[in-house]
Design a protein around this ligand. Structure first.
Ligand code: 9WN
Length: 434
Protein backbone atom coordinates (compact mmCIF):
# COMPACT_ATOMS: atom_id res chain seq x y z
CA UNK A 1 0.00 0.00 0.00
CA UNK A 2 2.88 2.31 0.77
CA UNK A 3 4.37 1.64 -2.66
CA UNK A 4 1.03 2.29 -4.35
CA UNK A 5 0.67 5.58 -2.45
CA UNK A 6 4.16 6.78 -3.39
CA UNK A 7 3.67 5.78 -7.03
CA UNK A 8 0.35 7.66 -7.10
CA UNK A 9 1.92 10.84 -5.71
CA UNK A 10 4.93 10.59 -8.03
CA UNK A 11 2.70 10.13 -11.08
CA UNK A 12 0.65 13.20 -10.07
CA UNK A 13 3.69 15.44 -9.48
CA UNK A 14 3.75 18.29 -12.00
CA UNK A 15 7.04 20.29 -11.88
CA UNK A 16 6.20 22.39 -8.78
CA UNK A 17 2.97 20.95 -7.39
CA UNK A 18 0.89 17.79 -7.27
CA UNK A 19 -2.36 17.57 -9.22
CA UNK A 20 -5.24 15.94 -7.31
CA UNK A 21 -5.90 13.73 -10.36
CA UNK A 22 -4.47 13.78 -13.89
CA UNK A 23 -7.88 13.25 -15.45
CA UNK A 24 -10.43 15.07 -13.29
CA UNK A 25 -8.42 17.83 -11.60
CA UNK A 26 -5.27 18.62 -13.62
CA UNK A 27 -4.41 21.95 -11.88
CA UNK A 28 -3.35 22.74 -8.28
CA UNK A 29 -6.06 22.75 -5.60
CA UNK A 30 -5.70 24.50 -2.27
CA UNK A 31 -6.78 22.07 0.44
CA UNK A 32 -5.57 19.12 -1.63
CA UNK A 33 -2.06 20.60 -1.51
CA UNK A 34 -2.21 20.81 2.28
CA UNK A 35 -3.29 17.16 2.59
CA UNK A 36 -0.72 16.15 -0.02
CA UNK A 37 2.10 17.93 1.84
CA UNK A 38 1.23 15.99 5.01
CA UNK A 39 1.80 12.69 3.20
CA UNK A 40 4.81 13.88 1.20
CA UNK A 41 6.52 14.77 4.49
CA UNK A 42 6.92 11.03 5.08
CA UNK A 43 8.58 10.29 1.77
CA UNK A 44 9.55 13.46 -0.14
CA UNK A 45 9.95 16.27 2.44
CA UNK A 46 11.45 18.78 -0.03
CA UNK A 47 8.46 18.32 -2.25
CA UNK A 48 6.10 18.84 0.69
CA UNK A 49 7.51 22.34 1.22
CA UNK A 50 7.57 23.02 -2.52
CA UNK A 51 3.88 22.10 -2.71
CA UNK A 52 2.96 24.66 -0.05
CA UNK A 53 5.30 27.33 -1.43
CA UNK A 54 3.85 27.04 -4.94
CA UNK A 55 0.33 27.42 -3.59
CA UNK A 56 1.15 30.43 -1.42
CA UNK A 57 3.06 32.08 -4.27
CA UNK A 58 -0.42 32.51 -5.82
CA UNK A 59 -1.90 34.14 -2.70
CA UNK A 60 -3.87 37.32 -3.44
CA UNK A 61 -2.85 40.70 -1.97
CA UNK A 62 -5.86 40.57 0.39
CA UNK A 63 -4.60 37.27 1.84
CA UNK A 64 -6.99 34.86 0.12
CA UNK A 65 -5.44 31.60 -1.01
CA UNK A 66 -7.26 30.65 -4.21
CA UNK A 67 -8.88 27.24 -4.39
CA UNK A 68 -7.38 26.55 -7.82
CA UNK A 69 -4.07 27.72 -9.29
CA UNK A 70 -4.26 27.05 -13.01
CA UNK A 71 -1.40 25.48 -14.92
CA UNK A 72 -0.96 27.73 -17.99
CA UNK A 73 0.55 24.87 -19.99
CA UNK A 74 -2.77 22.99 -20.16
CA UNK A 75 -5.12 23.35 -23.09
CA UNK A 76 -8.38 25.28 -22.82
CA UNK A 77 -11.12 22.88 -21.73
CA UNK A 78 -8.95 20.64 -19.56
CA UNK A 79 -11.11 21.61 -16.59
CA UNK A 80 -14.47 23.31 -16.19
CA UNK A 81 -14.78 26.08 -15.11
CA UNK A 82 -11.36 27.07 -16.41
CA UNK A 83 -9.31 30.28 -16.08
CA UNK A 84 -11.31 32.07 -18.78
CA UNK A 85 -14.45 31.65 -16.69
CA UNK A 86 -12.91 32.85 -13.42
CA UNK A 87 -11.25 35.93 -14.97
CA UNK A 88 -8.95 36.53 -12.01
CA UNK A 89 -6.74 38.94 -13.99
CA UNK A 90 -9.47 41.59 -13.83
CA UNK A 91 -9.58 41.51 -10.02
CA UNK A 92 -7.61 43.87 -7.82
CA UNK A 93 -4.70 42.20 -5.99
CA UNK A 94 -4.81 38.93 -7.93
CA UNK A 95 -1.44 37.27 -8.59
CA UNK A 96 0.22 36.92 -11.99
CA UNK A 97 -0.89 33.28 -12.22
CA UNK A 98 -4.49 32.66 -13.28
CA UNK A 99 -6.49 31.41 -10.30
CA UNK A 100 -10.04 30.96 -9.11
CA UNK A 101 -11.40 33.71 -6.84
CA UNK A 102 -12.72 31.56 -4.01
CA UNK A 103 -10.99 29.64 -1.20
CA UNK A 104 -11.10 26.24 0.53
CA UNK A 105 -10.86 25.17 4.20
CA UNK A 106 -7.69 26.63 5.77
CA UNK A 107 -5.92 23.39 6.68
CA UNK A 108 -2.53 24.70 5.56
CA UNK A 109 -1.08 25.91 8.89
CA UNK A 110 -1.83 22.49 10.35
CA UNK A 111 -0.15 20.89 7.32
CA UNK A 112 2.94 23.13 7.62
CA UNK A 113 3.23 22.27 11.30
CA UNK A 114 2.93 18.53 10.65
CA UNK A 115 5.51 18.64 7.84
CA UNK A 116 7.97 20.46 10.13
CA UNK A 117 7.27 18.21 13.12
CA UNK A 118 7.92 15.10 11.05
CA UNK A 119 11.62 16.07 10.60
CA UNK A 120 12.52 19.42 12.19
CA UNK A 121 15.63 20.98 10.64
CA UNK A 122 17.09 24.36 9.79
CA UNK A 123 15.55 23.96 6.32
CA UNK A 124 12.09 23.26 7.74
CA UNK A 125 12.38 26.21 10.15
CA UNK A 126 13.30 28.39 7.18
CA UNK A 127 10.30 27.11 5.24
CA UNK A 128 8.12 28.01 8.23
CA UNK A 129 9.63 31.50 8.37
CA UNK A 130 8.60 32.05 4.74
CA UNK A 131 5.12 30.64 5.24
CA UNK A 132 4.27 32.19 8.61
CA UNK A 133 3.34 35.74 7.46
CA UNK A 134 1.41 34.28 4.56
CA UNK A 135 -0.56 31.92 6.80
CA UNK A 136 -1.30 34.85 9.10
CA UNK A 137 -2.54 36.89 6.12
CA UNK A 138 -4.78 33.98 5.10
CA UNK A 139 -6.34 33.95 8.59
CA UNK A 140 -6.71 37.73 8.56
CA UNK A 141 -8.62 37.59 5.28
CA UNK A 142 -10.94 34.88 6.51
CA UNK A 143 -11.67 36.41 9.91
CA UNK A 144 -11.85 39.94 8.48
CA UNK A 145 -13.50 40.30 5.11
CA UNK A 146 -15.24 36.96 5.38
CA UNK A 147 -16.75 37.57 8.82
CA UNK A 148 -20.11 38.34 7.24
CA UNK A 149 -22.05 37.18 10.31
CA UNK A 150 -20.05 39.49 12.59
CA UNK A 151 -19.36 36.77 15.17
CA UNK A 152 -15.70 36.07 14.44
CA UNK A 153 -16.30 33.14 12.05
CA UNK A 154 -15.65 32.98 8.31
CA UNK A 155 -18.53 32.68 5.86
CA UNK A 156 -18.14 30.55 2.77
CA UNK A 157 -19.54 32.08 -0.40
CA UNK A 158 -19.76 28.94 -2.54
CA UNK A 159 -20.29 25.21 -1.83
CA UNK A 160 -16.89 24.61 -3.48
CA UNK A 161 -15.33 26.57 -0.61
CA UNK A 162 -16.48 23.90 1.81
CA UNK A 163 -14.60 21.21 -0.13
CA UNK A 164 -17.74 19.03 0.20
CA UNK A 165 -19.35 20.48 -2.90
CA UNK A 166 -22.73 18.77 -3.16
CA UNK A 167 -23.16 17.81 0.50
CA UNK A 168 -26.84 17.59 1.50
CA UNK A 169 -25.91 20.40 3.92
CA UNK A 170 -26.00 22.81 0.98
CA UNK A 171 -29.35 21.71 -0.48
CA UNK A 172 -31.43 24.29 1.39
CA UNK A 173 -29.23 27.35 0.72
CA UNK A 174 -28.65 26.17 -2.87
CA UNK A 175 -32.39 25.87 -3.48
CA UNK A 176 -32.61 29.63 -2.99
CA UNK A 177 -30.06 30.32 -5.76
CA UNK A 178 -31.88 31.12 -8.99
CA UNK A 179 -30.60 28.95 -11.87
CA UNK A 180 -31.81 26.73 -14.67
CA UNK A 181 -30.10 23.42 -15.53
CA UNK A 182 -30.53 24.33 -19.21
CA UNK A 183 -27.76 26.97 -18.94
CA UNK A 184 -25.32 24.06 -18.76
CA UNK A 185 -26.00 23.45 -22.46
CA UNK A 186 -23.81 26.48 -23.11
CA UNK A 187 -20.85 24.86 -21.31
CA UNK A 188 -18.98 21.60 -21.51
CA UNK A 189 -18.63 19.83 -18.18
CA UNK A 190 -15.26 18.17 -17.92
CA UNK A 191 -16.00 15.96 -14.90
CA UNK A 192 -18.71 13.84 -16.49
CA UNK A 193 -16.36 12.98 -19.36
CA UNK A 194 -14.06 11.31 -16.81
CA UNK A 195 -16.41 10.01 -14.13
CA UNK A 196 -19.88 8.45 -14.04
CA UNK A 197 -22.46 11.26 -14.12
CA UNK A 198 -24.51 9.35 -11.51
CA UNK A 199 -21.60 9.74 -9.07
CA UNK A 200 -21.20 13.48 -9.61
CA UNK A 201 -23.22 16.64 -8.89
CA UNK A 202 -26.20 17.18 -11.20
CA UNK A 203 -26.52 19.74 -14.01
CA UNK A 204 -28.80 21.80 -11.79
CA UNK A 205 -26.09 21.82 -9.11
CA UNK A 206 -23.60 22.98 -11.73
CA UNK A 207 -25.94 25.68 -13.04
CA UNK A 208 -26.08 27.05 -9.50
CA UNK A 209 -22.30 26.72 -8.97
CA UNK A 210 -21.76 28.73 -12.13
CA UNK A 211 -24.36 31.35 -11.17
CA UNK A 212 -22.75 31.90 -7.75
CA UNK A 213 -19.28 32.26 -9.27
CA UNK A 214 -20.60 34.68 -11.90
CA UNK A 215 -22.20 36.83 -9.23
CA UNK A 216 -18.93 37.08 -7.27
CA UNK A 217 -16.74 37.44 -10.36
CA UNK A 218 -18.87 40.21 -11.84
CA UNK A 219 -18.09 42.24 -8.71
CA UNK A 220 -14.43 41.35 -9.19
CA UNK A 221 -14.42 39.17 -6.06
CA UNK A 222 -14.72 42.22 -3.81
CA UNK A 223 -15.90 41.35 -0.37
CA UNK A 224 -15.45 44.32 1.89
CA UNK A 225 -17.47 43.97 5.04
CA UNK A 226 -18.82 47.45 5.41
CA UNK A 227 -19.73 49.31 2.27
CA UNK A 228 -22.26 49.18 -0.50
CA UNK A 229 -20.16 46.24 -1.73
CA UNK A 230 -20.64 44.21 1.46
CA UNK A 231 -21.27 40.55 0.63
CA UNK A 232 -24.30 40.41 2.92
CA UNK A 233 -26.10 42.83 0.63
CA UNK A 234 -25.99 40.87 -2.58
CA UNK A 235 -24.32 37.48 -2.49
CA UNK A 236 -26.71 34.50 -3.02
CA UNK A 237 -24.86 31.91 -0.86
CA UNK A 238 -23.44 32.75 2.58
CA UNK A 239 -22.93 30.00 5.14
CA UNK A 240 -20.85 29.42 8.28
CA UNK A 241 -19.58 25.85 7.85
CA UNK A 242 -18.47 23.76 10.87
CA UNK A 243 -15.58 22.09 9.02
CA UNK A 244 -14.29 25.35 7.57
CA UNK A 245 -14.44 27.15 10.90
CA UNK A 246 -12.99 24.23 12.86
CA UNK A 247 -10.07 24.34 10.41
CA UNK A 248 -9.85 28.11 11.02
CA UNK A 249 -9.53 27.54 14.78
CA UNK A 250 -7.15 24.59 14.44
CA UNK A 251 -5.00 26.82 12.20
CA UNK A 252 -4.56 29.31 15.06
CA UNK A 253 -3.42 26.47 17.33
CA UNK A 254 -0.90 25.40 14.66
CA UNK A 255 0.20 29.02 14.17
CA UNK A 256 0.89 29.32 17.89
CA UNK A 257 3.33 26.42 17.57
CA UNK A 258 4.83 27.78 14.36
CA UNK A 259 5.22 31.22 15.98
CA UNK A 260 7.39 29.67 18.70
CA UNK A 261 9.72 28.26 16.02
CA UNK A 262 9.98 31.43 13.93
CA UNK A 263 10.44 33.81 16.88
CA UNK A 264 6.96 35.36 16.84
CA UNK A 265 4.53 35.69 19.74
CA UNK A 266 2.24 32.62 20.12
CA UNK A 267 -0.07 34.47 22.54
CA UNK A 268 -2.33 36.24 20.02
CA UNK A 269 -2.82 32.94 18.14
CA UNK A 270 -3.91 31.18 21.32
CA UNK A 271 -6.35 34.00 22.06
CA UNK A 272 -7.78 33.87 18.56
CA UNK A 273 -8.07 30.09 18.70
CA UNK A 274 -10.08 30.34 21.94
CA UNK A 275 -12.38 32.95 20.42
CA UNK A 276 -13.00 30.86 17.30
CA UNK A 277 -13.78 27.71 19.31
CA UNK A 278 -16.18 29.68 21.49
CA UNK A 279 -17.92 31.09 18.40
CA UNK A 280 -18.11 27.65 16.70
CA UNK A 281 -19.85 26.27 19.79
CA UNK A 282 -22.14 29.27 20.26
CA UNK A 283 -23.16 29.65 16.61
CA UNK A 284 -23.03 26.15 15.18
CA UNK A 285 -23.77 23.64 17.92
CA UNK A 286 -27.35 22.47 18.32
CA UNK A 287 -27.99 21.07 21.82
CA UNK A 288 -31.12 19.31 20.53
CA UNK A 289 -29.41 17.18 17.86
CA UNK A 290 -26.10 17.20 19.78
CA UNK A 291 -24.17 17.78 16.58
CA UNK A 292 -22.87 20.83 14.74
CA UNK A 293 -24.71 22.30 11.77
CA UNK A 294 -23.86 24.97 9.22
CA UNK A 295 -25.56 28.34 9.77
CA UNK A 296 -27.25 29.84 6.72
CA UNK A 297 -26.58 33.57 7.02
CA UNK A 298 -29.40 34.37 4.60
CA UNK A 299 -31.99 33.01 7.06
CA UNK A 300 -29.81 33.08 10.22
CA UNK A 301 -30.90 29.47 10.87
CA UNK A 302 -29.00 26.24 11.38
CA UNK A 303 -29.31 23.84 8.43
CA UNK A 304 -30.94 20.64 9.76
CA UNK A 305 -29.10 18.03 7.60
CA UNK A 306 -26.83 15.79 9.72
CA UNK A 307 -23.71 15.34 7.63
CA UNK A 308 -20.11 14.49 8.46
CA UNK A 309 -19.44 18.26 8.52
CA UNK A 310 -21.14 18.30 11.93
CA UNK A 311 -18.45 16.06 13.46
CA UNK A 312 -15.49 18.09 12.29
CA UNK A 313 -15.22 20.50 15.27
CA UNK A 314 -13.61 17.53 17.02
CA UNK A 315 -10.35 18.71 15.41
CA UNK A 316 -10.43 21.68 17.79
CA UNK A 317 -8.19 20.66 20.69
CA UNK A 318 -10.03 23.04 23.04
CA UNK A 319 -13.55 21.89 22.16
CA UNK A 320 -15.39 21.74 25.52
CA UNK A 321 -16.04 18.27 26.98
CA UNK A 322 -19.79 18.60 26.58
CA UNK A 323 -19.56 19.07 22.83
CA UNK A 324 -16.86 16.39 22.54
CA UNK A 325 -19.22 13.89 24.16
CA UNK A 326 -22.13 15.00 22.00
CA UNK A 327 -20.13 14.69 18.79
CA UNK A 328 -18.89 11.24 19.80
CA UNK A 329 -22.47 10.14 20.47
CA UNK A 330 -23.43 11.28 16.97
CA UNK A 331 -20.35 9.69 15.37
CA UNK A 332 -20.95 6.37 17.19
CA UNK A 333 -24.66 6.28 16.28
CA UNK A 334 -26.09 4.26 13.40
CA UNK A 335 -25.89 7.43 11.35
CA UNK A 336 -22.07 7.22 11.07
CA UNK A 337 -20.97 3.93 12.70
CA UNK A 338 -17.77 4.92 14.55
CA UNK A 339 -16.64 2.08 16.88
CA UNK A 340 -13.47 0.43 18.24
CA UNK A 341 -14.13 -2.28 15.64
CA UNK A 342 -15.77 -1.03 12.49
CA UNK A 343 -15.81 -2.56 9.02
CA UNK A 344 -15.82 0.71 7.10
CA UNK A 345 -14.91 4.33 7.80
CA UNK A 346 -17.57 7.00 8.17
CA UNK A 347 -19.72 8.01 5.22
CA UNK A 348 -20.09 11.69 4.35
CA UNK A 349 -23.80 11.75 5.13
CA UNK A 350 -26.15 10.25 7.70
CA UNK A 351 -26.72 6.63 6.60
CA UNK A 352 -30.26 6.67 7.97
CA UNK A 353 -31.33 9.80 6.05
CA UNK A 354 -33.73 9.35 3.12
CA UNK A 355 -31.41 11.37 0.87
CA UNK A 356 -28.31 9.24 1.64
CA UNK A 357 -26.78 8.25 -1.73
CA UNK A 358 -23.93 5.71 -1.43
CA UNK A 359 -22.49 6.47 -4.88
CA UNK A 360 -22.86 10.23 -5.30
CA UNK A 361 -19.76 12.22 -4.36
CA UNK A 362 -20.26 13.98 -0.99
CA UNK A 363 -23.79 12.67 -0.40
CA UNK A 364 -22.79 9.34 1.14
CA UNK A 365 -19.51 7.85 -0.12
CA UNK A 366 -16.54 7.57 2.26
CA UNK A 367 -13.61 9.91 1.70
CA UNK A 368 -10.13 9.68 3.22
CA UNK A 369 -9.82 13.34 4.22
CA UNK A 370 -12.91 13.64 6.41
CA UNK A 371 -11.98 10.36 8.11
CA UNK A 372 -8.40 11.49 8.56
CA UNK A 373 -9.56 14.73 10.21
CA UNK A 374 -11.81 12.79 12.55
CA UNK A 375 -8.99 10.34 13.33
CA UNK A 376 -6.75 13.26 14.30
CA UNK A 377 -9.56 14.70 16.44
CA UNK A 378 -10.08 11.39 18.25
CA UNK A 379 -6.40 11.29 19.14
CA UNK A 380 -6.42 14.91 20.30
CA UNK A 381 -9.37 14.09 22.59
CA UNK A 382 -7.77 10.94 23.99
CA UNK A 383 -9.92 8.28 22.38
CA UNK A 384 -7.25 5.78 21.26
CA UNK A 385 -9.85 2.98 21.13
CA UNK A 386 -12.01 4.78 18.58
CA UNK A 387 -8.98 6.19 16.75
CA UNK A 388 -7.58 2.66 16.34
CA UNK A 389 -10.88 1.30 15.01
CA UNK A 390 -11.18 4.14 12.54
CA UNK A 391 -7.55 3.75 11.44
CA UNK A 392 -7.99 0.03 10.71
CA UNK A 393 -11.12 0.76 8.68
CA UNK A 394 -9.32 3.47 6.67
CA UNK A 395 -6.48 1.09 5.84
CA UNK A 396 -8.99 -1.60 4.84
CA UNK A 397 -10.79 0.92 2.64
CA UNK A 398 -7.70 1.63 0.54
CA UNK A 399 -6.59 -2.01 0.65
CA UNK A 400 -9.90 -2.88 -1.04
CA UNK A 401 -10.53 0.12 -3.28
CA UNK A 402 -7.00 1.40 -4.05
CA UNK A 403 -6.11 5.10 -4.10
CA UNK A 404 -9.50 6.10 -5.44
CA UNK A 405 -11.03 9.50 -4.87
CA UNK A 406 -14.00 8.21 -2.85
CA UNK A 407 -15.49 4.84 -1.99
CA UNK A 408 -18.79 3.04 -1.69
CA UNK A 409 -19.41 3.24 2.07
CA UNK A 410 -20.39 -0.46 2.36
CA UNK A 411 -18.36 -2.32 -0.24
CA UNK A 412 -15.30 0.02 -0.38
CA UNK A 413 -15.52 -0.14 -4.18
CA UNK A 414 -13.43 2.72 -5.60
CA UNK A 415 -15.31 5.65 -7.17
CA UNK A 416 -14.27 8.80 -9.08
CA UNK A 417 -10.61 9.20 -9.99
CA UNK A 418 -8.59 5.97 -9.67
CA UNK A 419 -5.33 7.72 -8.72
CA UNK A 420 -6.24 10.45 -6.28
CA UNK A 421 -3.46 12.28 -4.48
CA UNK A 422 -4.91 12.99 -1.04
CA UNK A 423 -6.08 9.40 -0.65
CA UNK A 424 -2.45 8.38 -1.24
CA UNK A 425 -0.90 11.02 0.99
CA UNK A 426 -3.27 10.61 3.92
CA UNK A 427 -2.80 6.86 3.65
CA UNK A 428 0.95 7.42 4.11
CA UNK A 429 0.29 9.50 7.22
CA UNK A 430 -2.20 6.97 8.58
CA UNK A 431 0.24 4.10 7.99
CA UNK A 432 3.11 5.98 9.64
CA UNK A 433 1.31 7.12 12.76
CA UNK A 434 -0.20 3.90 13.97
C1 9WN B 1 -14.26 21.84 -7.39
C2 9WN B 1 -9.87 18.65 -6.14
C3 9WN B 1 -11.24 19.09 -5.65
C4 9WN B 1 -11.39 18.94 -4.12
C5 9WN B 1 -12.82 19.13 -3.66
C6 9WN B 1 -13.71 18.19 -4.47
C7 9WN B 1 -13.55 18.47 -5.97
C8 9WN B 1 -13.86 20.36 -7.53
C9 9WN B 1 -14.70 19.68 -8.60
O1 9WN B 1 -12.20 18.28 -6.34
O2 9WN B 1 -14.02 19.77 -6.24
O3 9WN B 1 -13.37 22.48 -6.52
O4 9WN B 1 -14.46 19.96 -9.77
O5 9WN B 1 -15.59 18.90 -8.27
O6 9WN B 1 -15.04 18.33 -4.09
O7 9WN B 1 -12.92 18.87 -2.28
O8 9WN B 1 -10.58 19.87 -3.48
O9 9WN B 1 -9.58 17.36 -5.67
Amino acid sequence: MRRLAIATLDANWEHDHTVPSRTLYPHQWSWDSAFIAIGLAHVRPDRAWRELRTLFAAQWADGRVPHIVFNPALRVGSYFPGPEFWGSAAAEGAPAAATSGIVQPPVHAQAAWLVHRRAPSEASAQALRWLYPRLVAQQRYLTGRRDVGGAGLAAIVHPWESGLDNSPAWDAPMAAVAADAAVMRAYRRHDTAHADAAHRPTDLDYARYVAIVASYRDRRYRDRRYSDQALAGWHPFLVECPLFNAALGAAEHALARIAAVVGADPGPHRDRAARITEAVVRRLHDPVTGTFHPRDLRTDRLIPARTVLGLMPLILPDLPGRQVRAVLTEACSARFGLAPRMPRPLPTHDRTAPDFEPLRYWRGPSWMNTNWLLWRGLRAHHRPDLAAGLRESMLALVATGGCHEYFHPDTAAGLGSAAFSWTASLLLDTLAEG
